[in-house]
Every structure is written in C-alpha cells, then in structure tokens.
Design a protein. Structure first.
Length: 154
C-alpha cells in the first residue's frame, strides 16, 4: 500500500505525556484506509489545548478544543500527488475523554485516528443513517485492530 502518513507533535505538548507513537498512528490510519484507498498522503498532527482551541474556533466556529478535526482536500485531482488531507487530534481532550468514558486510553487514541481518517474519505455522522454506517465501520476497523467497540458503554 502506498499510503504515506506524516505524524507531527505540536510544540506545546510535554514529552512526558503518554501519546501513541508515529508507528501506532500509521498502523491505525492504514487500517482505516485498507480496501478504501490504495495510495495517498495524509498528516496526523497531535496538539495541545491552545492549538486545538484555535483550530476549532477558526474552522468550526465552536469555542474550546475538540477531540479530532479533519481537513479533507476538496479537489485532490488538481494536485500532482494524491493528498487526502490533515487530521488534528487534541491530546488533552483525548486523555480526558478516555478517563471520563472509562476507556483504555490507547483504544480511544486509535478510535480518534480511525474516525479522522474516515472523515477524510467522506464519511460523516450528521444524519442518523450516516452516523450508524460510520460507527459500524469504525467498530469493525477497531475490532480488527484488537480494540473494543468504542460506542458500547463500559
């Protein structure tokens, strides 16, 4: 598979924070793309609250930070390389949600990567039918990676 995943860590993050490695993030992104896209490039950027808040307020016009933002390339056919887009994951939000939802932190990280990648591929969850399809796909991908259903109450 010719999928290139660039993993970046924002400057406001502490090296002591327990975050997934670039290899883990790449594995999860490839799992979400398997059978759906054979080539492409994407960036996964892990950020802190400050950068996460700025991006969420600028692009979604919502206050505060959110767990994952996806920025799909609108018309990739105009580009010389098959860019899929960028995913931004706010580390403090993911950590907090995992704790609040009684989920294994690594499983929640994997879910956020898979969720973000599916958004880059055009999946959405604004309508109930879309949400059910996307959640079922996420659950299947995560199960193949050895993680529990992220939508099932713990």
């Amino acid at each position: 598979m010719s999928i290139e995943v660039d993993v970046q860590y924002g400057p406001e993050l502490n090296q002591d924070d327990a975050m997934p490695s670039p290899d883990q993030i790449t594995l999860w992104a490839h799992a979400a793309l398997a059978g759906r896209r054979e080539e492409g490039q994407l960036t996964v950027r892990i950020v802190g609250n400050e950068e996460g808040t700025a991006l969420n307020e600028t692009y979604r016009h919502k206050q505060g930070s959110t767990n994952v933002l996806s920025f799909a390339i609108e018309d990739a056919s105009l580009l010389p390389v098959p860019l899929l887009g960028d995913i931004v994951i706010c580390a403090p939000v993911v950590e907090r949600e995992a704790h609040e939802q009684h989920k294994e932190t690594l499983a929640h990280w994997a879910h956020m990567v898979v969720h973000g990648v599916l958004h880059l591929l055009g999946y959405d969850h604004t309508e109930e039918q879309e949400a059910q399809a996307m959640e079922a796909l996420e659950t299947d991908i995560l199960a193949r990676l050895g993680f529990p259903d992220p939508y099932r109450a713990s």
